[in-house]
Design a protein around this ligand. Structure first.
Ligand code: 16G
Length: 254
């Protein structure tokens, strides 16, 4: 095999069963034994069909099943790749920290891909949660958050323009930017629920459509009690363990 793990000659499939299942098995084995690695690109459907000596329909069927199983990922316009398993992260639910801080503490590199940032007329939810007055605009920043080049979450933050007048001022970290302006939140309420990822979210997160995800809504507050941020995030379900410490309550009956 050459560097890409597929070599250049014909590929001999394991025997038995329908051809697409044979090809699927060959690909699964190659991924399992490291012959093809996370992030490797698959040859085009046409090349693979020629090399394996099967029809393109057979290749498509095998690939589709592996995408569904989460072993392969299709990226619009750039092809099909071996999926990268997410580093599993344990996240405490008792500390108000930022994504950048969480990853830095683990020595993991972070990067954000901007999906949107700008000042917009607010939605009714933003007006209500952020306590905006009539005619006030909202600053929005939406980012794909990556750690070690693996996408972990899509975060959409909305803030009053009084707290974040210029969304373009946010560089790597929203909380660092707020801290500089003296408006870093000190408290937050966070709601977490399970969700199956929509196709567009799944594509951004590099997982199969319908894969398990966590939908998280964080409303954070400044020291003066004003709402600082409403952030709605979609996290990869296979990447996060949220951990909460529980103590015996005052209302114990024993
Ligand atoms: C965390 C927060 C998010 C906050 C972000 C700031 C959750 C679910 N979300 O990811 O609300 O906006 O940190 O991160 O924990 P940053 O300072 O790195 O931009």
């Amino acid at each position: 095999m050459t560097e890409d793990g597929f070599g250049s000659g014909p590929i001999t499939l394991p025997s038995g069963g329908p051809l697409y299942l044979q090809l699927k098995r060959w690909l699964e084995d190659a991924i399992a034994n490291g012959g093809i690695k996370p992030g490797d690109a698959l040859p085009s459907e046409r090349d693979l069909a020629l090399r394996v000596d099967v029809s393109r329909v057979t290749v498509r069927k095998a690939v589709q099943q592996l995408v569904q199983d989460g072993l392969l990922v299709q990226r619009h316009g750039s092809g099909t790749f071996v999926a990268t398993p997410a580093p599993r992260v344990e996240q405490s639910l008792s500390q108000l920290t930022s994504f950048t801080e969480d990853m830095a503490r683990r020595g993991m590199a972070v990067r954000s891909q901007w999906l949107d940032r700008g000042v917009y007329p607010p939605s009714p939810q933003e007006t209500m949660v952020l306590g905006l007055t009539a005619g006030e605009q909202v600053s929005r920043i939406a980012r794909l958050r990556l750690s070690q080049e693996t996408p972990l979450a899509i975060e959409r933050a909305s803030l009053s323009t009084q707290i974040l007048p210029d969304p373009a001022a946010v560089r790597d970290s929203l909380y660092a930017c707020l801290e500089q302006a003296g408006s870093r939140p000190i408290r937050a309420i966070q709601r977490i629920r399970a969700a199956n990822l929509e196709a567009d979210e799944a594509a951004l997160l590099g997982v199969a459509p319908g894969a398990a995800g966590l939908y998280i809504e964080r409303v954070s507050y400044l020291a003066n009690g004003r709402v600082a941020e409403l952030t709605r995030s979609t996290y990869r379900g296979d990447a996060y363990d949220f951990v909460a410490e529980l103590r015996l309550g005052d209302g114990r009956t024993t």
